[in-house]
Design a binder for this molecule. Structure first.
Ligand code: ITT
Length: 202
């Protein structure tokens, strides 16, 4: 399990997975010369993470190197918006729309929301398909609030408007290590590592 192919085209996720698993060799789909069409038509984070991992596992064909595939499906649930955008987080307001605009639209939609009405969480499902086809999937979350204004340059996506109460800062204001220590992705990836290495899956 020393080398895993990461089934993502999101450079923010790629950077974070490499930071969280420095001891593993993480190949991107580009590194592995793969570009399969991935049809993300699941209705849950777990389904979509499995779709991504299975699609890349199939594209590997005979896979003589015995590569495992790891995938992340993630998003933000904003309680005031009925848990939207959820699994549609990447597509929300248009896949290619800049996040500075998407984030401002969310702040505008929440202009009348106060205090606990602003709760939100990031969710990440991590799926792994081993070379022999064995599958694992799990999810984790980080609770927070939608900030009143954007702040910070770190992270990606919705991080400038995601306020993390334990740090008293927005996610984009955290260092990479601070974000990885508490994030949905960091928590889910560390649990997946324990599941794969120690057989402790929960
Ligand atoms: P791949 O499917 O290629 O992995 P994607 O970005 O399309 O990339 P998702 O469908 O899982 O991936 O959508 C995840 C979206 O959720 C992402 O584009 C962000 O908008 C948001 N998101 C997830 N994790 C985030 C994080 O740590 N910080 C900020 N935004 C995040």
């Amino acid at each position: 399990m020393e080398t895993m192919i990461l089934a993502t085209k999101n450079p923010g996720k790629t950077r974070e997975v490499k930071e969280i698993f420095p001891e593993l060799t993480i190949l991107t789909m580009g590194d592995a010369g793969l570009d399969p069409e991935i049809i993300e038509n699941g209705t849950t984070f777990e389904e979509n993470a499995l779709i991504k991992a299975r699609t890349v596992h199939q594209a590997l064909g005979e896979n003589p190197e015995g590569y495992a595939v790891i995938a992340d499906d993630s998003g933000i649930e904003i309680d005031y918006l009925g848990k939207m955008p959820g699994v549609y987080s990447a597509r929300y307001l248009g896949e290619d729309t800049p996040y500075s605009y998407k984030n401002q639209v969310i702040l505008d939609k929440l202009k009348d929301a106060k205090g606990q009405e602003r709760t939100a969480r990031y969710v990440a499902a991590i799926a792994v398909v081993l070379a022999d086809g064995t599958e694992f999937v799990l999810r984790d979350t980080v609770e927070g609030e939608i900030a009143y204004s954007p702040a910070g340059e770190g992270g990606f996506g919705y991080d400038p408007i995601f306020y993390v109460p334990s740090y008293g800062k927005n996610m984009a204001e955290l260092t990479p290590d601070e974000k990885n220590a508490i994030s949905h992705r960091g928590k889910a990836l560390r649990r997946m590592r324990q599941c794969l290495i120690d057989g402790k899956c929960w």
